[in-house]
Design a protein around this ligand. Sequence first.
Ligand code: FES
Length: 75
Amino acid sequence: KPMVVVKAEAQPINPEIRKSEEKVVDSVVVSELSKPLTVYCRCWRSGTFPLCDGSHVKHNKATGDNVGPLLLKKQ
Ligand code: FES
């Protein structure tokens, strides 16, 4: 059976959420974290998923999308 490869980078993954913003980034402050900052990918393009590796920048530029990571910050 032939494998079907879909080039996901060609399309935005965010059709409607906060499209007036250049990049949708959210932060959550948590008191019990082992590290001061953990950055989670929400564009599904990261080579280090589930952590963000900055690939959202290339994805946004190629598609006109505005996705960005979720930041977990230690309180
Ligand atoms: Fe996906 Fe940064 S690489 S949000």
